[in-house]
Design a protein around this ligand. Structure first.
Ligand code: UT7
Length: 345
């Protein structure tokens, strides 16, 4: 653990009343698949370009009428069942999402109602692609301080609703999905969340945003004509920042816990671009077998990428009880996060 001198605002060394574990994890992805060859028919692109420049082969897209709260609720139900709990055991839920069903009520309120978690309070959290790491850290506090027992952290997005399928620079990257974890007091304090680090660099806000639809530029005929209700991105700027920050924040959280990259069993980064993950992993000296990459099957699902990657690692037997796991994310804002934990089951 670090000393006080190395702390910065946003550094979250857990001042432990009690330690907290991830008790279960479940995901939800819509069944419909959009392949690179489907996109070839929609914009001027090629399977070869998309695969080489992003690593994506296909992504899942929600059918009309399916919203973020639907995917989030399915993931939440799965996580609750896996933890051998019932919805009434859940005391709090936070949904990291960039694509809420609507401005209000929050997706958390909709999910609370859908799953019948009548005792839970909660809210949405806007941190774009850091939605899951931020949600994890937020939910952690409530259990660590002893005020809550069983809480849900959810990352969920239906990105296809805000993607311009005439913009080849963005439509090839994104997909839809959700993931949820139940967090509980640690059964074994060694198998718990160890540390987290977060940063914001608001000066990068222009590089990735949806310009209209909020209080600055409410919906109008002009904003629609100008296609301002879609994701606008300076891909190169985001790419450079993401590679540098993912490795920097990962190194920082390891160093302040007197750990080396070689100590990490599994590196689970936000899945924005295969080259970003590989670039950061290379800078950290992490070999392929310690790095989870599943962007080929899901694309960038924003708040859901890390739980989707953890679920794949679990299913493949790559994530086991006691493993030291490093999560890292960079998202629009810019938002940055790293969470270090020992897997509990
Ligand atoms: O979670 C955060 C979310 N966002 C990100 O992480 C995005 C980070 N950035 C990226 O992943 C990459 O910058 C992109 C995938 C968006 C773009 O890849 P790139 O290698 O940086 O390409 P580029 O923007 O430098 O464009 C290179 C060329 C351009 O053509 P010219 O000007 O060289 O003739 C683009 O017009 O590739 C062209 N291009 C495409 N070609 C075929 C851009 N998109 C496509 C496409 N298919 N889909």
């Amino acid at each position: 653990m670090n000393d006080a001198a190395s702390s910065r605002p946003g550094d979250g060394r857990v001042r432990v009343v009690r330690r907290v574990q991830i008790s279960s994890l479940a995901i939800s992805v819509p069944p419909r698949v959009l392949t690179n060859s489907d996109l070839e028919a929609m914009v001027d692109t090629s399977d070869e370009w998309i695969l080489k420049r992003t690593g994506v082969r296909e992504r899942h897209i929600a059918d009309a009428g399916v919203a973020t709260s639907d995917l989030a609720a399915e993931a939440a139900r799965g996580a609750i069942a896996q933890a051998h709990l019932t919805p009434s055991d859940i005391e709090f839920l936070v949904v990291g999402t960039t694509t809420p069903d609507m401005f209000f009520p929050s997706t958390a309120c909709l999910v609370q109602d859908k799953i019948g978690a009548g005792a839970a309070w909660g809210f949405d959290l806007g941190a774009a692609c850091s939605g899951f790491t931020y949600a994890l850290t937020t939910a952690l506090q409530l259990v660590a301080t002893g005020t809550h027992e069983q809480v849900l952290a959810i990352g969920a997005d239906v990105m296809s609703r805000i993607i311009d399928y005439e913009d080849r620079a963005t439509c090839v990257i994104f997909g839809d999905g959700a993931g949820a974890v139940v967090m509980s007091p640690a059964v074994d304090p060694e198998l718990s969340i160890i540390d987290f680090v977060h940063e914001v660099d608001g000066s990068g806000g222009h590089a990735l945003r949806m310009p209209a639809g909020g209080s600055r530029l409410p919906a109008s005929h002009e904003t629609i004509d100008q296609r301002l209700h879609y994701v606008h991105q300076d891909g190169a700027a985001v790419f450079k920042f993401a590679v540098r920050k993912t490795s920097e924040i990962s190194r920082r959280i390891l160093e302040r816990n007197q750990l080396q990259p070689t100590d990490v069993d599994l590196f689970v980064s936000h899945q924005a671009n295969r080259r970003i993950i590989k670039g950061a992993a290379d800078q950290l000296g992490l070999p392929d077998e310690k790095v989870v990459i599943n962007i080929d099957r899901y694309g960038n699902t924003t708040g859901a990428t890390i739980p989707l990657a953890l679920a794949d690692a679990l299913a493949a037997g790559r994530l086991k009880k006691g493993n030291l796991v490093l999560l890292a994310s960079v998202g629009a804002g810019f938002t940055v996060g790293a969470v270090l934990l020992r897997w509990a089951y």
